[in-house]
Design a protein around this ligand. Sequence first.
Ligand code: GDP
Length: 298
Amino acid sequence: MFENLSERLGGVFDRLTKQGALSEDDVRTALREVRVALLEADVSLPVARNFIKAVEKKATGAAVTKSITPGQQVVKIVHDELIAVLAGEDEDPGKLRIDNPPAPILMVGLQGGGKTTTTAKLAKRLKERDGKKVLMASLDVNRPAAMEQLEILGKQIGVDTLPIVKGEDPVAIAKRAKTQASLGGYDVYMLDTAGRLSIDEELMAQVAAVRDVAKPRETLLVVDGLTGQDAVHTAENFDNRIGISGVVLTRMDGDGRGGAALSMRAITGKPIKFVGLGEKMDALETFEPERVAGRILG
Ligand code: GDP
């Protein structure tokens, strides 16, 4: 995911650490290259600019340039700033507010972003790691295949799905899921909403109506991490219209540009909670800023 960015930064920092003595100009030149590398990774311009500004402020003082290992100190400052830009406000991103059963989790996003797959991955994780009894329901009434897909995944991971009733609208399904979750003693019920290829008013109105009846404890936006700034714009849109509590970035196993991860929190104020790292049901990880920063710096 961060291969290109990581390689570019590696080159810049190699030169810097080998150089020994550093002038403030050397640091500035290096940071200009870092900025270009960030923009090439599709980090949004204001985020890249603020990032460089913050690093420059800390890295051009005499304490750094006159130190014995100035290059390494600059790298350390970049590392810490990466964590700052990646970290959400919540201390434990993998923790969801799902006490008071049955807790509704609303899964939202565009079609093809990985919503249904992520719903099942997360259900499996809640079941296996947290010992939760989970019910999943597909609200994608326009795509019977998507409803069946969730059912198949449910069987595969041993998680119940709400029986499909033809002709029901998404709000009615959400209500039925709630009733079944209460009666069946479920801890969590997950509502996999319909996606569209692009954001449109009809999609948003439908998701908003579901949100109003379900009153979700968590609303997770699932978005393709390879789409860079588009992913961030999608998150902004969903947050403005629906209100999201966190983001799941999928396809982080791919070799695309990693900019979405770096811009997401700064632009939307919402934490990335999980990352999808493949098609398999176990390929979901908690988003850990320190580990990601480490990966970016190689
Ligand atoms: P939805 O339309 O948003 O519900 O998307 P799906 O869950 O159907 O996923 C679309 C495709 O993306 C499927 O082929 C998934 O297997 C694949 N997919 C989902 N998440 C990931 C991921 O993290 N990595 C990879 N490589 N593929 C993923």
